[in-house]
Structure formats: structure tokens, C-alpha cells
Design a protein around this ligand. Structure first.
Ligand code: ADP
Ligand code: ZN
Length: 625
């Protein structure tokens, strides 16, 4: 019996159709080709090597740096009836030996292995032995029972780890060319969600994938709603955001420093949130325990530095919030991309203010990186600031940065949902800049704004600033509006913070043509905080997402409770039993029979047998009458 990719997709994974490039990739690899697959997070990369591994004789060897996640990945496959195992430094010698025996007996469909383990001479010798057993390629499905010796394929996950420039660099990844040299006939598939062209080039070169076919998907994350909020009291704004939109949801809050991570986590805990800290300064046990709780339990808010998240494949992360600016658009896209892997709506929320711009610029200036590196990082930060201040569609702006077109008008970003106006701020900019100039380029915005508004403060008296020509000339704008003007002038590089003068602002060369009246300035008109509040209630009501809307439904709660019980019994994360999207399907369709249940996306044969009755019973119990 020969199975087709579609049959495996349906019977094993329970999905009705392939997404995007999946089918083309699967067919290419199954036929023995090499591939480089670029797909955004949540695009469905895993199926691209899992299905060919089931179609081809032998075991699929998956190289992954994400040791902490291998157990969950293997658990998820076992739930589907796929014979999977992993090898890394976390398991005992006896357990490793047992896995190797399974391998040699041809009893595995997929093996996850850490790169350092793969490169050990003993393991490579084992692969040699396996490979010697590989039968001549023929279309024979290796799914299900029976022994199939040999190597079906090599999958190199998180392939951007070969790149020295990314912060995920793994030196062992560079040695993976050994696979090609030793086993030229075994197909290789490298996968990454890192979108930029230089990294792609580096992967091809470093992994010797010149002959591989490249599959590049759109990097749009249509289900993520991007939003940038102007900071006034960031924690309180975060709390409001969580309360109005994510009361019971799991999500990640990113902060720049370890200290802020701990403070913010404690602050949220005091207010009743199930929040946990995560940063590289915590001991390994605490880190893995917190990560485990985030994955295994529902509704945990992880407050973290960027040390958290690579490869976190929890599908139902409903929001990613940034309390500090990411370092670049790449960072922002990657971090926010951890939301909504399951394709259901999710929020990316960023709070940002003048202080962040100043802090990030200073961080770059004071670092001891070589000049060239600093210039590159500065350009990256500028792009991110441009994004924050942009009034255009966020999806469009992000994709343009990565060299992809998007028509705009996404209907799922703040700028599309509540269009923001630009205003001709030339005159205001001139006032703001000349106030900086006349005070000697050493004061911060608080004092500058007091001067523009004509306030008589002790500090103004001390410096005789009431005698300046700019004193009181800015009364037409409010303090908040001036603050917005200064933020945007710093963000666009017309002003910079002077580190020697404790963050006082000074003019850059770019400010000259504006002061001389040779160039005009357009700025975004920030939403009025009072009006915003009124809008918010309405917006929240309108934007009740399918998941949030379900929260009040007793059947939804019962389905989730049953899932959690089943997960606890087996010590696996709940989404390994069924994804939220499958539970939503049950909620909506209320299946009465196993056949009806089998129609839902995410219900394959193995899960139907294991869990079908349990969930049908939940539906029956909830039936009225
Ligand atoms: P990636 O590794 O690209 O981030 P995953 O392989 O983890 O993505 O897939 C993301 C989610 O989408 C998973 O929950 C997966 O089960 C689901 N998925 C993948 N392919 C399909 C498909 N063809 N139909 C429905 N769901 C899919
Ligand atoms: Zn938009």
C-alpha cells in the first residue's frame, strides 16, 4: 500500500489541506531533492520534513539546537502515532543506548538530535551503519508498524544558526556540511524563519546547499495585529491591555534588562496575574521550570528578556508585548512572531516613548563594538524607529523592510484600524530645535517644554531662561504634544542625546536646514489619551476574538478542563492533545459522533482513537436538557 502525502496529512495529522508551499516542499524532498525552506514562524515548517520522513524508507534525522523543546516535539509526534525519539545531553547513557538500538532496528520514523551529539564520531559511525542498510529508494511508506532501516533525510532546523551575525549563532552548525560529504545521496532540508537575504546567503554557503531548491514563502503574519502605543505609564498601559484583551491568555512581555524583567513580573503577580520571570541571569533550574510552566499550563504570562523564545513552539501564545524597544526590525519581527503560531488572531503590542529612543541610542554609542558594527546597528535602530513613528499600514511597513510587497490596508494594525494623521510640524519643529540651541544644547525635554510653555519654574529662574526668545512661544500645543514633537525629532535623528550632559539634547547636522527654513517637517499626530480611552471600550467589544469570545462559554471551559486532565495524566503540554483551534472547532460544530469529530482540523486517526470518546462525552454533558 502506497500512501500519498495528502493521505498522511489527513490520517496522521488530521489536516484537510496543505498550506502554502508545504506540498511542493514535501514532494520535492520525498523525491530525493535538497531544499532550503524559508517560512515565517507558524508557517508550518515541521510538516515539510515530517511527512517526507514518513514517506521515505528509513528514519528522518532532525538536527535542532533546541534541546529543551525536543521532549515536547517528540511527545507531540507520539500522540499522532509517529515513532519518534530524541538524543541530546539531557538523557542518560542508558536511555541514549536504547534509542540507538531502536535506530539500528529501524524502528524510528523521526529522530531529533542536538548538533553537538550528531557530530560525535560515535554517532556518525552509527549513521554510517544505518546508511549502509538503506534500501534502494522506492516509493514505500515507512509509516506505521514494521522496520525500515536506513536514513530517509536530514532536516536542519533553525538553519540561521550557521550565521555568525545573528544572536543564535552555533559554531557546530558550520560542521554540518559533514552530512553532505558523508551521505551525498540522502536528501537534506534546511529550514528557517529568518527572512533577510544575507542570512539566506550564508546558510546556502555554509551548509553547501548551492544545488538545493529554495522555497520562499510570504513572511506576512496576517493573524497578528500590530500596535504601537505611546508610553505615558507603561506598566499601567500594559495592565489595561491585558485586562481588556487577554484576561486568560498566555503571552510574553519583553523587557530590555534583567532587573526590569524581575520588577515587572513581581508587579504583575501582585496584581493577580500568573506572571513568571525569565532571563539569562536566573539559574538553569528556575529558567527551565518557568519555561515548563509556560508551556504546560494555560494563561501564564512570561516576562522575559530576549533570552526567552527561540523555538518556543507553543501555538497559543495570544500576545507579545514590548515594554522596551527591540534592537531592530529583525528582532521585533522575530519576537512578535512568537504570537499566534496556531493561526488564530493574536496581538503584538509595543509601548514606546522618548526615554526609549534616548536609552537605545546611548546603548549603541557607549558599546565597545567596532565603528562599522555600530553604524550598522544604528541604521537598524533607525529603521525600527521609523516603523514606530510611521502612519502607514504596519504589515506593509514590516514586509517592505524585508523586501516583500504588501498592498496595505490590512485591517489588522493600529494604523489601519484607527488611521493616524500626519501634520505639518515645520514651525513647531523650528521652535523646539531653536529652544535646544538657545539653552546651550544641554537640557532635557522637561525643561525645554517648560520654556516653550512659558512656565516660571525655579530652574527657569536659576538659568534666566524667561529671557529667551523661545520663552512662552509654544502655548498653542500642550505639554503632551511637545513631548510627542521632541520624541519624533529624536527618533528621526534631528536631535540626539548628549551622554556627557546626562542625556541633554543637542542638535545634529540634519537639524540645520530645518532651522534655516529650507526643509519642512511632517510628524504623526499621536492619539489623544482621553479620546483613546473612550474608543478603546468600543474597540474591545468589536474585537472580541474567537478565542476571547469563547472564554465565557461553559462548553469551552469544560473542553479545556478535559484537555488539561488528559495532558496532566501524561505529563505533556495541553496543546499536544488538541490545539485551541481544534477545541474551537468542537465548540462550534458540537460533533455527536466520532465520524463528525474526525472531520475537524487537527483530529487525525491516532487522536480520534485516543481522545474521541472523551471529548464527545464533554459535548454530550454540556448539551442542554
Ligand atoms: P513553524 O515551525 O513554521 O513555526 P509549525 O510547523 O510549528 O510552524 O506549525 C505551526 C502550526 O500550524 C502548528 O500548530 C501546526 O500543527 C499547524 N499546521 C501546520 N501545517 C498545517 C496545515 N497544513 N493545516 C493546518 N494546520 C497546520
Ligand atoms: Zn495595516
Amino acid at each position: 500500500m502506497t500512501l500519498s502525502p495528502q493521505q498522511i496529512l489527513r490520517d496522521v495529522f488530521g489536516y484537510p489541506a496543505f498550506r502554502g508551499e508545504q506540498q511542493a516542499v514535501v514532494e520535492h524532498i520525498a523525491a530525493g531533492g535538497d531544499a532550503l525552506v524559508l517560512m515565517p514562524t507558524g508557517g508550518g515548517k515541521s510538516l515539510c520534513y515530517q511527512i517526507p520522513a514518513l514517506l521515505r524508507p528509513g528514519v528522518g534525522i532532525v538536527v535542532s539546537p533546541l534541546i529543551a523543546l525536543m521532549q515536547d516535539q517528540v511527545d507531540a509526534l507520539c500522540q499522532l502515532g509517529v515513532r519518534a525519539a530524541f538524543l541530546n545531553s539531557s538523557i542518560s547513557a542508558a536511555a541514549a543506548h536504547a534509542v540507538q538500538q531502536q535506530l539500528l532496528r529501524g524502528e524510528l520514523d523521526l529522530l531529533y538530535v542536538a548538533p553537538e551529539r550528531l557530530l560525535m564520531p560515535g554517532f556518525l559511525a552509527l549513521l554510517d551503519q544505518l546508511h549502509a542498510n538503506t534500501p534502494a529508494p522506492q516509493p514505500s511508506p515507512s509509516m506505521g508498524e514494521g522496520a525500515h532501516p536506513g536514513i530517509a533525510l536530514f532536516a536542519i532546523d533553525e538553519a540561521h544558526c550557521v550565521s555568525q551575525w545573528g544572536h543564535d549563532f552555533r559554531p557546530e552548525y558550520r560542521a554540518l556540511t559533514v552530512l553532505h560529504q558523508r551521505f551525498p545521496a540522502v536528501p537534506r532540508i534546511a529550514l528557517t524563519a529568518t527572512a533577510d537575504a544575507p542570512t539566506r546567503g550564508e546558510i546556502v554557503e555554509r551548509l553547501a546547499l548551492q544545488q538545493a531548491r529554495q522555497f520562499v514563502s510570504s513572511f506576512d503574519r496576517a493573524n497578528i495585529r500590530y500596535r504601537v502605543t505611546q508610553k505615558n505609564n507603561a506598566r499601567r498601559q500594559l495592565q489595561e491591555f491585558l485586562e481588556s484583551e487577554h484576561r486568560n491568555d498566555a503571552g510574553i512581555v519583553y523587557c530590555l534588562s534583567r532587573k526590569k524583567v524581575e520588577e515587572t513580573a513581581a508587579w504583575l503577580q501582585q496584581r493577580g496575574w500568573d506572571a513568571l520571570p525569565y532571563h539569562a541571569g536566573l539559574d538553569a533550574a528556575t529558567r527551565s521550570n518557568n519555561q515548563r510552566r509556560f508551556l504546560r499550563e494555560e494563561g501564564v504570562v512570561m516576562v522575559a528578556t530576549v533570552a526567552f523564545g527561540m523555538g518556543i513552539d507553543k501555538p497559543n501564545v495570544r500576545f507579545v508585548a514590548h515594554l522596551d524597544l527591540p534592537k531592530s526590525m529583525e528582532g521585533y519581527y522575530q519576537e512578535t512572531g512568537r504570537a499566534g503560531r496556531d493561526g488564530l488572531p493574536a496581538n503584538a503590542w509595543l509601548a514606546y516613548g522618548l526615554g526609549d529612543v534616548v536609552a537605545m541610542r546611548q546603548l549603541l554609542d557607549t558599546g565597545d563594538a567596532p565603528e562599522e558594527r555600530k553604524r550598522l546597528e544604528k541604521r537598524k535602530l533607525d529603521a525600527l524607529l521609523g516603523y514606530c513613528e510611521s502612519t502607514a499600514c504596519r504589515h506593509q511597513t514590516i514586509l517592505r523592510y524585508f523586501g516583500e510587497d504588501h498592498p496595505g490596508g490590512c485591517g489588522a494594525c493600529d494604523n489601519c484600524l484607527e488611521p493616524v494623521n500626519n501634520w505639518d510640524a515645520t514651525e513647531a519643529a523650528q521652535m523646539a530645535l531653536s529652544c535646544v540651541y538657545r539653552t546651550g544644547q544641554r537640557f532635557g525635554t522637561g525643561h525645554l517644554i517648560d520654556i516653550l510653555l512659558g512656565k516660571t519654574t525655579a530652574r527657569i529662574g536659576q538659568f534666566n531662561h524667561q529671557r529667551l526668545s523661545t520663552f512662552g512661544i509654544g502655548k498653542e500645543l500642550s505639554a503632551a504634544q511637545w513631548s510627542s514633537v521632541y520624541r519624533q525629532l529624536v527618533a528621526s535623528g534631528l536631535l540626539e542625546a548628549d551622554i556627557e550632559a546626562y542625556g541633554g539634547l543637542k542638535l545634529t547636522a540634519a537639524a540645520r536646514p530645518i532651522l534655516r527654513g529650507e526643509q519642512s517637517v511632517w510628524l504623526r499626530r499621536d492619539a489623544d489619551p482621553v479620546k483613546r480611552k473612550a474608543d478603546r471600550a468600543e474597540r474591545t467589544a468589536k474585537a472580541r476574538e474567537p478565542v476571547a469570545a469563547a472564554h465565557d462559554d461553559p462548553l469551552w471551559l469544560a473542553l479545556k478542563a478535559r484537555r488539561m486532565e488528559l495532558a496532566r495524566e501524561q505529563g505533556v503540554p495541553p496543546y499536544v492533545i488538541f490545539h485551541d483551534s481544534t477545541l474551537l472547532g468542537i465548540l462550534k460544530q458540537r460533533p455527536a459522533t466520532l465520524d463528525e469529530l474526525a472531520q475537524l482540523s487537527g483530529v487525525g486517526q491516532a487522536k480520534l482513537v485516543r481522545y474521541g470518546e472523551a471529548f464527545l462525552q464533554v459535548v454530550r454533558d454540556a448539551a442542554p436538557g
